[in-house]
Design a protein around this ligand. Structure first.
Ligand code: NAP
Length: 317
């Protein structure tokens, strides 16, 4: 096994932000160590088609984009460690990252741990998640619902993308949204509203997911916000697209977080935290934009800041 015991830069997370930071740090000759986390390549690997990442006029699959970024980071000398960080100790003087039964010290740390899909916390959701009709990923599970009726919950870009993707397989896709208009970008909202296989159910609050006698999804109960009446919509699959929460639990009490759990950055900085030498990038620190390109942008900024930090410490020794 390679000895990773002392590093100049460690990057946590292998999504757009982490891999971009790795490309920049590697090209600065800092041989970064990137710890991949539980989903190598991050959430984008679960996206079907990315149409708004500059440089790909025909679009590119999320998996391919992340694979290309990984190869680019590798080409310049990034080392990869698969696994998850269990604990960190962070101070200006000493930064330690614990992985399994060992720890690694580093001069600078870039945290790019991303965000995870939210759940509704309604009856039936947990019981039928992962194989019995409740899913958070149309790209992964859509093909199982060929010629069936499904529901997508949410009104943002993710819900629209999931619904459009599902029309390739499903007989009918019903979007259940708790408001009377979509919050998605206009281009996606227009596509959804002109797609004959998609029906929109407005002002509908999900209340429960129903199981058949074998424990598989057979429908959903929604409540109309206008008259409080509940009704059942039959379906064999429910796809959740109700937003994300930042993956920052590991840092509670160690780095400043806002009420929603996003990292709070130092004034006038996109990436610096309250602890010198610790930087943040991507969705774990961005409640506003949450785009692949903006994650890549902050990954680049974090790497440049980390590079300056490491070289300034080395030149002052
Ligand atoms: P989002 O924009 O936060 O939308 C989440 C949706 O879920 C909202 O419509 C919200 O309803 C609904 N929702 C939340 N909690 C709910 C609950 N308990 N019950 C019912 N509905 C609930 O999340 P997103 O769609 O995942 O997008 C996140 C970010 O990624 C956005 O900035 C988006 O632009 C970006 N994104 C971009 C692309 C793209 O550019 N191609 C693709 C995917 C995502 P309300 O509207 O009432 O709050």
């Amino acid at each position: 096994m390679k000895d990773f015991s002392k590093q100049s830069i460690i990057i946590l997370g292998s999504g757009c932000a982490g891999l971009t930071a790795a490309i920049y740090a590697a090209r600065a000759n800092l041989s970064p160590l990137l710890i991949e986390g539980s989903l190598p390549g991050g959430l984008l690997t679960m996206t079907s088609e990315i149409e708004n990442f500059p440089g790909f006029p025909e679009g590119i699959s999320g998996f391919e984009l992340m694979d290309r970024m990984r190869k680019q980071a590798e080409r310049f000398g990034t080392q990869f460690l698969s696994g998850q960080v269990d604990r960190v100790e962070l101070s200006e003087a000493c930064k330690r990252v614990f992985v399994g039964d060992r720890f690694i010290e580093t001069e600078a740390l870039i945290i790019a741990t991303g965000a995870s899909p939210k759940f509704l916390k309604i009856p039936g959701e947990k019981e039928m998640f992962g194989g019995k009709g409740v899913s958070i990923c149309a790209t992964c599970d859509g093909a199982f619902y060929r010629n069936r009726d499904v529901i997508v919950i949410g009104g943002g870009d993710s819900a629209c993308e999931e619904a459009l993707f599902l029309t390739h397989f499903c007989k009918k896709v019903t979007i259940v949204h708790r408001r009377d208009q979509l919050r998605a970008s206009k281009i996606l909202a227009d596509r959804v509203q002109s797609e004959p296989k998609i029906e929109l159910v407005w002002n509908a609050v999900p209340q429960a997911i129903l199981a058949d006698e074998n424990g598989f999804t057979r429908g959903m109960i929604v409540q109309d916000k206008n008259n409080s009446q509940s009704r059942e919509i039959a379906c064999e699959g429910v796809f959740l697209a109700v937003g994300h929460e930042p993956n920052t639990k590991l840092f509670h009490g160690i780095l400043p977080l806002d009420d929603s759990g996003y990292f709070i950055k130092e004034p006038n900085s996109q990436t610096r935290t309250a602890v010198g030498g610790v930087f943040v990038a991507g969705d774990c620190a961005d409640p506003h934009y949450r785009q692949a390109i903006s994650a890549a942008g902050t990954g680049c900024q974090a790497a440049i800041e980390a590079e300056r930090y490491v070289y300034s410490r080395q030149s002052s020794v």
